[in-house]
Structure formats: structure tokens, C-alpha cells
Write a protein of this length. Structure first.
Length: 138
């Protein structure tokens, strides 16, 4: 389904955060949040640029408890996945019959030297970290 926002080559980053959020010991729970958007191609065609081309924006949140192993994924505030485990997790889901999201998260044993990101989000196989950071570049 083609929309003014469906072209992943025009996907941009808004914010990526990893916070410790455990009740008693903050390090026991991680809250990972990816915020991103799709450039409004109709505004772009009309000659608009930069922030005037911001389009549909979304937020995906992973909440992972190190103590219980509970993992929850939220898409725009709605729970879409819930599971338990302490090691690597991967969860994929389809969206609007034309896109696939995938959250990949590694347990705390992943070494920063390995070159593997501890947390990543993919949209149609493209990493969040490959989305555009600066809308003025589009």
C-alpha cells in the first residue's frame, strides 16, 4: 500500500534512548526507545524542505527486565509482544501489509568490542541507525 509516508528510503531518526528503569535497582530493567518518522513525500514534491517535510512519526519501546527476564515491545504505546528470556531476542511483525519491523536485543553479555549493537530496530531489513539523522539532507 503506497502512501505519502511509505517509502523507507525516506525514513528519519528522531531519538534513540536506553534508560535504566528498575524500581529498586535501576540496572535491573532496561527501557529502549526508538522514535522515527517517514518524510512526507507530498510536502517534498511541493518544494518544502527540512522540518516542513516531517510526516508520520512512530515510537517503538522495548522493556526488558534482567531479574525476571520479561520482555515487552510497544508500538506507539500499544503492547504487541510479551515474552520471557535472558539471552538474545528477535521479534518481527508486519505493519500495513507492506512493511516488516524487527527488534533485536542481546543480553548483557554482549561485548562492545564485538561490533554488535546491543539493541537494534530494523524496518524492511534496514537498521534504525541507517535512517537519516538530518532531514535537511533529504
Amino acid at each position: 500500500m503506497e502512501t505519502a509516508y511509505s517509502d523507507i528510503s525516506s525514513t528519519y531518526q528522531i531519538d534513540f534512548t536506553v534508560k535504566s528503569s528498575g524500581k529498586r535497582i535501576s540496572l535491573t530493567k532496561r527501557r529502549v526507545q526508538w522514535r522515527f518518522g517517514f518524510v512526507n513525500r507530498l510536502a517534498k514534491k511541493k518544494g518544502k524542505a527540512s522540518i516542513d517535510c516531517r510526516g508520520e512519526e512512530h515510537e517503538i519501546t522495548l522493556i526488558w527486565s534482567a531479574s525476571s527476564g520479561k520482555r515487552t515491545i510497544l508500538f506507539d504505546g500499544e503492547e504487541i509482544h510479551n515474552s520471557k528470556g535472558r539471552n538474545k531476542m528477535e521479534y518481527s511483525w508486519g505493519w500495513r501489509s507492506c512493511h516488516t519491523f524487527k527488534v533485536v536485543a542481546h543480553g548483557p553479555t554482549v561485548s562492545p568490542k564485538s561490533g554488535v549493537r546491543r539493541f537494534d530496530l530494523y524496518l524492511d531489513g534496514r537498521s534504525y541507525f541507517d535512517f537519516f539523522e538530518d532531514l535537511s539532507a533529504r
